[in-house]
Each structure stands twice: as C-alpha cells, then as structure tokens.
Ligand binder design. Sequence first.
Ligand code: UTP
Length: 292
Amino acid sequence: MVKPVTKAVFPVAGLGTRFLPATKSIPKEIMTLVDRPLIQYAIDEARGAGITDFIFVTSRGKSALEDYFDRAPELEHALEAKGKDQLMQVLEDTNMPSGAISYVRQQQAMGLGHAVWCARRLIGDEPFAVVLPDDLIAADEPVLAQMIEAHNEIGGCMMAAMEVEPDKASAYGILDAESRDGNVVKVKGMVEKPEAGTQPSNLAVIGRYILTPQVLENLHETGRGAGGEIQLTDAIAQQIGKDPGVSGLIFDGERFDCGNKGGFLQATVAFGMARDDLGPEFKEFLRGLKLD
Ligand code: UTP
C-alpha cells in the first residue's frame, strides 16, 4: 500500500536574481500577485491537497516570509475595533495551525536538489511533495491534489508534466515517455534543456513533485550537475527503471512561470481578470488599451 502524502517541502532559498533589484530586499515568494504573496497560492494549493506539514527551506534575508505566517495581533485588534470583519477573515485565512510550519535553513544556494536534501530530517521515511511557488497553476482541482490522487494508485516518484510547443522545449526538463495511460506517463528518461529539435517528447517537467525517501538518499550521493548545482532531477532520474519507478502526470490547469518577469506579468493579468471584485473594471481597462 502507498503511504499517504502529508508533508510538503517549499524550497524558497534561491537568490531570485531574475527579479533584481526587487529581490535585493524582498524574497521573491513575497512578491504580490494582485493582493496575495506568491507563497500564499502555493500554501493554499497544498492545503487543498490535504497537506498538513509544511516545510520551508529558507536562507538569509527571508525573514519576511517567516513573519508572513505569524499572527499579526496589532492588526487584528485594530480591525476588530473597527468592526472590519471581512478583512479579519482575510487575515484569518493566512494563519496556520501552531506547529504546522517548520523552517530549515539552506546555508548556501547550492541548487534545488540540495535545498530539498536540507529538509531530510523533517521528512523522515515517507513520500513527500515538493512545491515550487514560482510555478503558479490556476486549476479547478489543485494540481497537487491531482497528483496525490494518481500517486495513491501507483506510488513511486511523480512529476507534474505539461505539453509545450516544440520550439519552447529547450527551456525545460523534458520527459522521455515509455508509455501513457490516460494522464499518467511512465518515464524512461529525462533530458534537461535539450538542444532544439532533439527533445524526446513535448512533455515538460513543472515545479510539483511527489518523491520517495530514496530520492533523499540519492541526493546524499549526488554531485554537482548542470550549472554547478545539485540538481533534483539527477536524483529522481536514478529511480527510473526501478519498481515503483518514475511517472509524469499531465495535469489539468494553466501554469504561469512567476520566476521570470514576463510570466509574473501574465499571471497578474490573468488572476486580476478572474477576480469577481476586480475583473469587470480591469477587463474594461484592458479593452481600452491601445496595444501598438
Ligand atoms: P530558481 O531556478 O528559480 O532560482 O529556483 P532562484 O534563485 O529562485 O531564481 P533566479 O534564477 O536567481 O532568478 C527554483 C526554486 O528552487 C529554490 C528557489 O527558491 C525556487 O523556489 N532554490 C533554488 C533553493 O531553495 N535553493 C537553491 O539553492 C536554488
């Protein structure tokens, strides 16, 4: 029987250089999409998938991120005194139960694989999820919930996958699929950023994973890979061909790459338009724009 997934790791120790100068003092994950920091969307997705333990891998300069999940007593009292119940509820939704969040530190940004490995003592001997808050996915059913549901059936390691245009494949890790059953593909290989025209498929790996504890052991042995960083995909690739092996779930949803400025802007427009309170006026504004 597959053990249930109740823990999720949020690696947020990266330098966020693509957002300089903002990230000189603001963690990328605190940057605001409409009125909520990126990290809130990731947490809500994980909560919606039944995750109960939230493990953040942080670094120097990320204290704003830790504070964000604390209660804000002064603010709460002020809102209560003014009878602002709706705003009280907005704040309430950001609170987490005591003990649900843990933080571990990655002392040096040595790559995503290293960041996940830093959380090994908190993960223990059970399958766990990894959520990259940069990858924001608008979906009716949270993508992590879609993955956990599929994982409960097959176990092993699972990566979120999405179809990309052939000319975009060289920007992603691309799956080499052995077989496909509905939305689940069995993986026989992975190629990181393939040269144009050499990609084995059009299925790109996105920042949601469900991993087995074996991957943590693999990470322990994994040396620095591409870019001099310890790569998570190298440790996952070692599980290919084992039983249970590695699969990809082609999720239902629309993904925005909020790790770069263009993707963040697109997400801001899409999420702004989708909001009941802001959408109608915002759409009118957009319609009136002269685009040339
Ligand atoms: P990115 O590749 O987006 O790197 O990391 P980055 O540092 O955040 O951003 P740029 O490229 O400099 O603009 C993907 C995810 O892995 C985490 C990041 O915080 C992000 O969530 N990460 C990356 C770590 O936690 N530690 C690392 O050493 C590297």
